[in-house]
Design a protein. Structure first.
Length: 451
């Protein structure tokens, strides 16, 4: 039910709004502040004019939230607005994905690569104007890809000069970061990094033709997916060429987490302040057990009938035998990276075999970080404050403190002791407006994977 109507909320948003007041007091809540500090019991939070405040007016709306936990809105650092349609084609989910992210408590996303960049840009404008429900979007430009890409929707750059022009073109259109992909040459990647940095912007990458150590030396700011896409240890690796992924995976599966080459790689990344974005949910969904865990009844209910059929067929046809060892290796790599002082972030990356969906995949990422050996509080920090730090927005979002944006998630339970409670979202506050998670999820039922 609508608890108060004091803010000017657009009519298009009102069906999804549960708390709409200029001043709100959240009483008797458990607070996970997002810094990794222990949860605090029986706290009071004040939200005034969309910010977290030290106090509130006497006539503020008061909510008794006994048994609930309030934590920062998640910051999804690899949260695309598109989804695999099959055959190397990706479809823009401009209606369903923003709602799914917000419903799950993801209040900020970095798109980490765009298939329809103008759609992403216009969608961001609509969300910022309060016309459409969704998270705050940090636009990543179209993929920087070289020759020979598997995806026909990606423009193939022909040389370093075109890479520089590409970065400047999309920076002018509103991109706030860039993402390099599989088949770039080192010269093209270096040119793109220099052009982005000249504009005060950052560049991340899902690499194949270039190893992590080479990319770090070129000045890259972030690397996606972690060790499993680093080809530098593959015996048959040739400069500027992407080896066959299946062969790389087969070789990596034999690698020990204590291999000294991994420690050397991590030390180099940490020294150069290169972040890693974890997407464990995508890799885990390639395992037999992980695929089944990902396709929860809620996920299957959210997707269209055609998408559901395609997912179940993918389950029948996959060969998941190699993936459990690879997932364990990636988990060990991420733990070691953090222990060495590296900045680890997370995001759902709703691609892969399609089992990972926007929002639901972000929950799964946090849960898998706990499976990897992080505490629930550490995992939540990775998926909130760490992303805010990379974006340079840690003074506004990512943790709970006075003066920050009231981007908060209310869950029924205690994720600090049972991380699965992260899925029990009731209210998502975005800049002080409390959205009803259930209603947002219901608005997408049967549509995800279609629009």
């Amino acid at each position: 039910m609508l608890l108060s109507l004091l803010l000017a909320v657009d009519a298009a948003l009102q069906p999804y709004v549960r708390v709409d007041s200029k001043a709100v007091v959240l009483e008797h809540v458990r607070v996970i502040d997002g810094t990794g500090a222990p949860a605090r019991e029986d706290q009071t939070l004040y939200l005034v004019d969309g910010k977290i405040a030290g106090q509130a007016p006497a006539d503020a709306l008061r909510l008794d939230l006994r048994g609930r936990t309030v934590m920062p809105g998640l910051v999804g650092m690899h949260d695309h607005l598109f989804y695999p349609m099959g055959g190397g084609i990706f479809g823009e989910m401009a209606y369903s994905f923003p709602r799914l992210y917000l419903a799950a408590g993801v209040t900020t996303i970095r798109t980490a690569g765009s298939i329809e960049p103008y759609t992403d840009i216009e969608l961001k404008k609509a969300i910022d104007a309060g016309k459409v429900p969704g998270p705050t979007i940090w636009i990543t430009g179209p993929y920087l890809e070289g020759q020979g890409s598997f995806a026909v929707q990606l423009h193939a750059l022909k040389d370093p000069d075109e890479a520089r022009k590409f970065v400047n073109l999309w920076a002018d259109q509103g991109a706030t970061s860039f993402k390099a992909y599989n088949t770039l040459t080192r010269a093209e990647l270096g040119a793109a990094i220099q052009a982005a940095h000249k504009r005060g912007l950052k560049l991340t990458a899902h690499l194949c033709s270039i190893g992590f150590t080479e990319a770090a030396r070129l000045g890259i700011d972030d690397l996606e997916h972690g060790l499993l896409v680093d080809t530098e240890f593959f015996p048959g690796k040739k400069p500027d060429q992407c080896p066959v992924p299946r062969e790389v995976y087969e070789d990596l599966a034999k690698m020990s987490p204590t291999d000294p080459r991994i420690a050397t790689l991590i030390a180099g990344l940490v020294k150069r302040k290169v972040a890693i974005t974890s997407k464990l949910a995508v890799f885990d969904a390639f395992t037999e057990e992980g695929f089944r865990r990902a396709l929860t009844p809620a996920v299957l209910e959210a997707v269209s009938a055609d998408t559901r059929a395609r997912l179940l067929q993918a389950h029948i046809s996959r060969n998941p035998a190699i993936w459990p060892a690879l997932v364990k290796l990636e988990m060990a790599f991420e733990r070691a990276f953090v222990q060495a002082g590296g900045l680890l972030m997370a995001g759902s990356d709703p691609t892969g075999n399609g089992a990972v969906l926007a929002g639901y995949g972000d929950w799964r990422d946090v849960e898998l970080l706990v499976d990897a050996g992080f505490t629930p509080l550490e995992a939540l920090k990775i998926h909130s404050l760490n992303g805010a730090i990379w974006l340079g927005q840690q003074d506004r979002i990512g943790s709970i403190a006075n003066g920050k944006d009231a981007d908060l998630v209310v869950v029924d339970g205690d994720p600090s002791t049972n991380i699965a409670d992260i899925e029990k979202v009731e209210i998502v506050f975005k800049q002080g407006i409390g959205f009803d998670s259930k209603k947002l999820f219901e608005s997408v039922r049967g549509l995800a994977g279609m629009r």
